[in-house]
Design a protein around this ligand. Structure first.
Ligand SMILES: [Zn+2]
Length: 403
């Protein structure tokens, strides 16, 4: 197989231009991700995941929602003490007691951030909060100002922003900025937006000079399977922060998957003039750790981190991979600390079978090739095909197999 590293380095050099914008990765695996039904982690597990997120290179760790339970408070507090490089963030509703709880949990962090949120859509204001728009603006002003009096680093989220009238959304975000917010988040809380539409909302905010001095953040849910597409559309239209989770876990259908966003940016530098601090070699171990801790298993065909993400069985694909990995693999498996797998199965062709034989030091001649192909093509479901090849070649059973 040709050297992946050389091929991909060339692609990267060709596409990696100047003016690369840094995108902050705000990981909410430990807050929104942990809100997945059944995904609750122990404090020790949360601290272990936080350390791994730091090692992987995320910029901000949203460690929890401290007012929601004593355990959550303690978990956030412990993470705040343990983490050195990343900002540690705690979530809070627009209420003094929530903000106090959030601040008490993170005040020992080296880089604390309070994340205050309030819903801004009519459906949430009228049916959940039962407050007027004027009352919402007042709550934003009072809560963000109060949070700012405790902590210099404040994020404000307009929950259900994508179902909020754009003029009111701008008014709410402007109030948050005037009250001291450094980051304004525009969540697609219910996974309702479409990529072009979401991009237009972010564009409408990012092009407004009122928001020039703050970071614009995106936070997307996957109810229609568009969380990653919407997030990428958001950064393409001016967002400087993406909120995401490892393996895409989160409320209902989940959040945007960190690994998919990062690898889309890394793989398509010609399209996304951005970079993140994420070390791709830590992505797969992070995925395994989160899966083990939450007991939410990663499907085999999951993008980037699924067991089959770098596996090829079809004969035509395997032949292409042997000739040049770029034929069928757009992500450099080595860059993620893993390797391409040519899985031998009934769909495999002669090239892959010979490659397997060579790897196993099985003599390659017409007879052994024919035996190996016969063993593969006649294999039963669930049979260990690789062992069947080894057996067929060692016993010398001949046949009339044809490719
Ligand atoms: Zn969310």
């Amino acid at each position: 197989m040709k050297c992946w590293k050389k091929i991909c380095q060339k692609v990267v050099v060709l596409n990696y231009g100047n003016g690369v914008k840094k995108i902050k990765i705000f990981d909410t695996t430990l807050r929104d991700g942990e809100q997945s039904p059944g995904a609750t982690m122990s404090i020790e597990e949360k601290v272990m995941v936080a350390r791994q997120l730091e090692k992987m290179g995320v910029d901000i760790i949203e460690a929890g929602f401290p007012v929601s339970s004593q355990k959550d408070f303690e978990g956030v507090q412990k993470i705040a003490k343990e983490i050195n490089e990343c900002e540690v963030c705690a979530l809070s509703r627009c209420s003094k007691s929530d903000i106090d709880s959030a601040w008490n949990a993170i005040k020992k962090a080296k880089k604390p951030r309070i994340h205050v949120f309030l819903a801004t859509s009519d459906i949430h204001l009228n049916h959940k909060l039962n407050i007027s728009k004027e009352e919402a603006i007042m709550r934003i002003r009072e809560s963000v100002s109060y949070a700012k009096s405790l902590c210099s680093n404040i994020e404000f989220s307009a929950e259900d922003a994508t179902r909020t009238e754009i003029s009111f959304l701008k008014m709410a975000l402007n109030e948050a900025v005037k009250s001291g917010a450094n980051t304004i988040n525009i969540p697609d809380s219910v996974g309702y937006a479409q990529p072009k539409e979401y991009g237009e909302i972010i564009q409408a905010i990012s092009s407004n000079p009122v928001f020039d001095e703050v970071t614009i953040s995106v936070h997307c849910h996957d109810d229609l399977g568009l969380a990653v597409a919407n997030s990428l559309s958001g950064i393409k239209n001016g967002a400087g922060q993406v909120e995401c989770t490892v393996n895409g876990i989160g409320e209902r259908a989940g959040n945007a998957a960190l690994e998919e966003i990062v690898m889309a940016i890394n793989t398509r530098k010609d399209y996304y003039p951005f970079e993140t601090k994420i070390n791709p070699k830590e992505i797969i171990s992070s995925s395994k750790m989160v899966s083990d801790a939450t007991k939410i298993f990663v499907q085999k065909n999951k993008a980037v981190v699924g067991a089959n993400a770098f596996a090829h069985e079809a004969g035509i694909h395997q032949h292409g991979m042997i000739a040049n990995p770029l034929c069928y693999e757009i992500i450099n498996a080595e860059s993620m600390g893993t390797e391409t797998k040519l899985v031998i199965g009934r769909h495999s062709g002669k090239h892959a079978i010979i490659s397997f034989m060579e790897k196993k030091s099985i003599p390659v001649n017409d007879t052994t090739i024919a035996n190996a192909i016969n063993a593969v093509k006649n294999s039963e479901k669930n049979e260990d095909i690789e062992q069947a090849i080894i057996n067929a070649c060692s016993t010398g059973v001949s046949n009339n197999a044809r490719i």
